[in-house]
Design a protein around this ligand. Sequence first.
Ligand code: OXD
Ligand code: MN
Length: 601
Amino acid sequence: MIKFQNKPLTESKYILDWIEDMAKMTKPDKIVWIDGSEEQAEALRAEAVSTGELIKLNPELLPNCYLHRTAVNDVARVEGRTFICTKKKEDAGNINNWIEPGECYARLTKLFTGSMQGRTMYIIPYAMGQVGSDFAKYGIELTDSIYVVLNMLIMTRVGAKVAEAMGDGKGFIKGLHSKATLDADNRYICHFPEDNTIWSVNSGYGGNVLLGKKCFALRIASYLGRKEGWMAEHMLILGIENPEGEIKYVSAAFPSACGKTNLAMLIPPEYYRKKGYKTWCVGDDIAWLRVGKDGRLWAINPENGFFGVAPGTNEHSNPNALHTAMRDTIFTNVGLNTDNNTVWWEGLNDNPPVHCINWKGEVWDYRKYDKADKVNTSAAHPNSRFTAMAKNCPCISKEFDNPAGVPISAIIFGGRRAKTAPLVYQSFNWQHGTFVGSIMASETTAAAAGAVGVVRRDPMAMRPFVGYDMGDYFAHWLEMGKVIPNPPKIFHVNWFRTDDEGHFIWPGFGDNMRVLMWILARCEGKVDAKETAIGYVPYAEDINIEGLDISKETLNDLLSVDKKSWLEDVENIKAFYEQIGERVPAELKEELAALEARLKK
Ligand code: OXD
Ligand code: MN
């Protein structure tokens, strides 16, 4: 029998046996249950400060805030080291990396054996979604990292209530994480969807180790969603309230670091504010969607906090995120202003600190900053983060904790495309909308390791997050379309179109509300649109540009469909569908052929 330092939060033999097996393998010195109490969290923060794992920031300016630095080779999700381990390779599909489960367990067992020696194992029982809600799912993460514990306490709902809701434990998601030696060559983020299991080793970076987030709420949950008839998506959820107090909700999928958090916390431009419009954030990264009794699609945000990208967050781009992160926050890999013990990142303001320690822990000289080599010359790593509580967000929706979620009027796909995609267009129907999602593409960002600025296809922004074959995932979308009596309308947006000199043409940020207003007007059948080869595009006069320094011609440019570049894209999509393989549904191949024919007409 293993010995716990504090009272176990469950009596489930199933759960306790599993913990015992994991402890026998990893051999921690101590084992502690995380109960979700403030006292325990505070003691862990103090311990992490005493070992240097966390730096306590200025309590007057940043109350209850801390800074953490990861290893320099461990700063982003590692897609090349992320695996879906299904019994059959074809069930993981061609887009995912795959290792046969038996082989993977054996390989990782070697890495986990003794990996917690001299350390404490923390047992974190957590819920994704409100405990007791029809949407909720439960997991336990075993970890040897206090940083992980403290982040999970912000990002998920943790503690005794969760352990109680797990009951006998069957069906909970078994997560095991160890920093081990942080050896990048032996870093593995492995998912066993057929066993409800996640094993992550040799990393300390959020996206690889906060197992409730990408690993569970997207990869494992997408697999469960297909089996159980619901959807787990890489989507923000935003409510838009009109002057009559009626709130309509949209969910939107964008690839990592394309402004999801900004859109989720958008502040309407003055024109709309004066009229009485308001916006409410339900979620900034993940949506779980189910068909409601009323035949609409309903969504929850399964998370309890935000793991947002810091650089570029400022009073203009996202004041709500900034205010959210001013208390009870863990900053990771940002700069430390040593004059006042606060944090700084590129794009926060125009006053870089004169005395600063950069994300690598070195003295930093702002005069050496070189845009072309951000990783080595900036104060904050381009993928540095804040982990902040949803409840501290000034615009958090009052439905945030509603176990039933919110009804979705529109699904919006988007990418970072300099040329091809217009500012906004609407799909013809659910099937065509699924096609539009399946051909999403974006120029890559710093959220994942690898080259930045290269166009890659990222269907539904889920390329790194689908826990099974991508073709089957598309088929699941099509199936869902058949069982939602009153489905949301599906749109595509692109805030990132540039002129010939490479400048962004659309102002973005709060002004994206203008596009959302067109989208909602379309959902309500209140505005006409132009039918084009790719879908319905707005008439320029229907996008409100009052108060913006944008000419009608520029708007027309933003809304234009360049057939030549679309036809080039079609070739690229064909190759991508080939790469996904034979499970791409016939309906989507037909949509592609029909698009090509319309473009050639
Ligand atoms: C994220 C990501 O951290 O998508 O949300 O990488
Ligand atoms: Mn994300």
